[in-house]
Structures are given as C-alpha cells and as structure tokens.
Design a protein around this ligand. Structure first.
Ligand SMILES: Nc1nc2c(c(=O)[nH]1)N[C@H]1C(S)=C(S)[C@@H](COP(=O)(O)OP(=O)(O)OC[C@H]3O[C@@H](n4cnc5c(N)ncnc54)[C@H](O)[C@@H]3O)O[C@H]1N2
Ligand code: MOO
Length: 411
C-alpha cells in the first residue's frame, strides 16, 4: 500500500486548486460577514474636529498656574466663564488667557483650548469657575485626525467584516464596500440508511445529521447554502443530485467514500467529469476524504466527506475552510493553530495524526485546552461539550499538564 497523503500536502493541493472568487460591491448594511476584496483607505479624518471627551470646561491648561489665587477666597485657581458649547454646536469665539468655556462631551473645542477639566473637579460661582484638580495639557480632549488621517489604511483585503468593522466604516462615511462574491455551497448526504431529522428511523436507519452540521458550518463561514437532501446509494440518483450540486462553487457530499460495496461517490463524481485530486489522507478522523475539481462549464470544488459525523466536522474545519479562505482571499489560507497549555495530563496517542474534540478555555490568564471523553468519529454527542480540537501528531507521547498543545477553535 502506498503511504497516505499527509495533511500539509492535502491542504496545499486544496489551496492550489481553489480559484479566487470575483468581486462585487455591496451596501454597508448588507456587508456583515462578507470578506473585503480590496484595501479600504480613509477618505477623511477621524475625529472630524477637535472635541471634548468629558462634560466640563474648555481651558488653557497653562492659565491654571498663573490664575492661582485670582480669587482670595479659594486656594484653587479660577477662570472666567465666557460661554457654553453643547454637542452639535460650533464655538462662536476662541479662548483667551484666563478664560474658560463650559463644554459638553463630543462638542467642538474653541480654538486656544489645550485641556478640558471635568465638571466634577470644579466649583462654579457666577461667572468664575474654580478648578480643584491639576489638569495637564491634552487632558480630556482629542484632536482632529488623531485616530485616522485621510488616505490611512482602514481595512486590508481579505478581512471578514464583523460589526465593529462596519461601524468603523460607517463613521468614515464608507457606505459601498468592495467584497468577494459569497461562495455558493451545495450539500448532498448519501446513504440508503438516512432519513430526515424529523422522521423516526426504521430498522437499520439513522437520521441525517450531517446536512444540519455542514449547512450550519457553511452558513457560519459566510456561504450561500443549497441543501440537496438525501441521495440513496444508487448511481442514477447520485448522478442526478451531483449534477445539480456542480452548479455551486463548492459541493460537499457525505458518506459513501470509503471501501464499502455501496461507496459509489468517487465513481459517480468522476463519471460526471470531476477530476480527482486526492482520495484518503493520513488523518483521524476523516481518512477516507475525497477531493476533486470540476473545471467546465464552471469551476466547482468537490469534497466527498466521510459519513461519520465527527469526520465530517473535522474535515470541514480543516479542509473545506481552507478552500473557502482561498476562494475569499483570506490570509493565511490555512487557519493557524492556537498554542494552548494542557489543562490536565493528556495521554491520547494514535498511529494517525488526530484532531481530538476538546474544550478550549481562554477565560484565565492563559489559554488552556483539554480533550473531552470521545468514542471516535461516530460519537457526535461528545462534541456537544467541545468547542474545538487538539492536534496530536502520530504516535505522540503523553503531555503533562502545562505543556503546550496545538488547538483549533470551532467557530
Ligand atoms: N474496510 C474499511 N472500512 C472503513 C474504512 C476503511 O478504510 N476500510 N474507513 C472507515 C472510516 S475511517 C470512516 S470515517 C468511514 C467513512 O465511510 P464513508 O464515508 O464511506 O461513509 P458511510 O460508510 O456511508 O458512513 C459511515 C458512517 O456514517 C454514518 N452516516 C453517513 N451519512 C450520515 C449522515 N448524513 N448523517 C449522520 N450519519 C451519517 C453512516 O450511517 C455510517 O455509520 O468508513 C469506515 N469504514
Ligand atoms: O477516519 Mo474515520 O473518519 O476515523 O472514522
């Protein structure tokens, strides 16, 4: 038997086979979860004007030393209040020596202001304000352009847009966003034993949980998902559904890729013109994975994922996500591992490199990870107490608590 393809080689074959998706522009309110296709530069400054960061008084900090003792009744320096500026207004005059202007958070500073003293640190007596706290130049204010200059980089290409990115773009008036097209992804579950989750399985039957799993993973990864339902183990039915699925950018099948008599998926795919890139990888779970590409009339990347649910989950996280990142121009193409400390002693070992369901915890001062009890690739229920996986190289020795492990978060 020739040696199995190793994981890095499989990932490399996937990233070199995947093409970059075309670009489009979308309005800001439709851009959540999309991936930027170009760098985005700021058209203007942020903030747009010098502004107060506290409710209080705009002052010239240098006046404080000079005005100490202006009033004989208080040891605190005092300044003459000559106006009021609320947010949304503009200053009608500048500050002269010995003057203060009452100001609200977010209001534009009058010229000449070098600090804002917050209201709690002052006492007002008619047109005098007494200042009880030393206030340095620059206190409680922000200058025009301090956080963003025109032409400065706002976002790089390949950034998946989260709420804070959209808000940052909104602040700068960027309302049309260049993004990669959404990948379309079709899902086909195969197997005579499958019934939909809403049905009670008959003898020897099981519910199709992989469609729910893969559709959810794909939606979370920003795909347009098409569910093709269940194909029985018949070449005619498989072929019909595969033809439908090949119209998408990616087609995921589950089941029927190992050595069983009815494992017809590889032959049905090649008969439909899908070129095999690899079949079987040295990985646990997921060894029987099949990957190929249909080039004409449009490019479709095809994954035959093993039917066991945890194999499908691990293969999606590792292999399908790599293809999706490449399609959308996300860098690096292979999602990097997290370095986590073993929360407990770990003694898992196998002759195959393994991605073991795990609980990753980043609530403390360091990231920790521990394996969860798991009975192998059919044990989907175990993953309900996991949020990621730990990578164990083949024949890895036991790890002591506190040793560094490589982990991947599912998200
Ligand atoms: N002689 C060999 N047998 C097997 C091998 C092998 O190398 N030689 N590999 C094993 C490994 S590893 C895996 S993983 C499985 C994968 O097999 P298939 O991809 O061909 O999948 P099936 O045989 O169709 O199903 C496996 C298992 O998963 C259940 N299943 C299938 N589809 C779904 C679904 N949509 N939702 C939930 N569960 C599903 C199915 O009923 C089986 O129990 O093969 C080993 N065998
Ligand atoms: O490689 Mo299979 O996916 O372990 O059960």
């Amino acid at each position: 038997m020739p040696p199995l393809l190793d994981i890095p080689a499989a990932l490399e074959l996937i990233s070199t086979s995947a093409h970059a998706l075309a670009e489009e522009t979308v309005p800001l309110h439709e851009a959540l979860g999309r991936v930027t296709s170009q760098t985005i530069l700021s058209p203007e400054s942020a903030p747009l004007f010098d502004k107060a960061l506290m409710d209080g008084y705009a002052i010239r900090a240098e006046d404080l030393a000079q005005s100490a003792g202006l009033s004989t009744s208080s040891p605190s320096p005092s300044l003459r209040v000559v106006g009021l500026i609320c947010a949304g207004q503009t200053p009608s005059r500048s500050l002269a020596a010995g003057e203060a202007i009452q100001i609200m958070t977010g209001a534009p500073l009058p010229s000449g202001t070098t600090a804002v003293v917050k209201i709690e640190a002052t006492t007002r007596k008619e047109d005098l304000v007494f200042i009880h706290e030393s206030t340095a130049v620059g206190a409680n204010l922000i200058r025009r352009g301090a956080v963003m200059q025109p032409g400065q980089l706002v976002l790089s290409a390949g950034q998946r847009l989260a709420p804070q990115h959209l808000a940052g773009l909104a602040e700068l008036g960027i309302v049309t966003i260049p993004v990669k097209q959404k990948p379309t992804l079709a899902i086909l579950a195969t197997g005579d034993e499958l019934v939909p989750p809403s049905e009670k399985p008959g003898p020897g039957q099981i519910r199709n949980s992989n469609e729910t799993l893969l559709a959810s993973l794909a939606l979370q990864a920003g795909c347009d998902v098409q569910r093709l339902g269940i194909a029985s183990d018949s070449l005619d039915e498989l072929t019909l559904k595969i033809r439908q699925g090949l119209a998408a950018d990616l087609l995921l099948l589950t089941g029927g890729v190992s050595a069983g008599m009815l494992d017809l998926v590889p032959q049905a795919l090649t008969a439909e013109g899908v070129e095999k890139i690899f079949h079987k990888v040295d990985i646990k779970p997921g060894k029987p994975i099949w990957f190929g590409i249909k080039r004409q009339p449009k490019t479709c990347l095809v994954f035959g994922l093993p039917g066991n649910p945890v194999s499908s989950l691990v293969c999606f996280e590792l292999f399908v996500k790599t293809a999706l990142r490449r399609l959308s121009g996300i860098s690096p193409t292979v999602a990097p591992a997290i370095e986590a400390l073993a929360a407990v002693d770990e003694k898992y070992t196998s002759d195959r490199p393994t991605y073991h369901p795990a609980l990753i915890d980043s609530t403390g001062s360091s990231i920790t990870a521990r394996t969860i009890p798991w009975q192998g690739s059919s044990d989907l229920q175990a993953t309900l107490s996991a949020n990621g996986m730990i990578y164990f190289p083949a024949n890895s020795p036991p790890s002591k608590q506190g040793e560094t492990l490589l982990a991947y978060r599912w998200c």
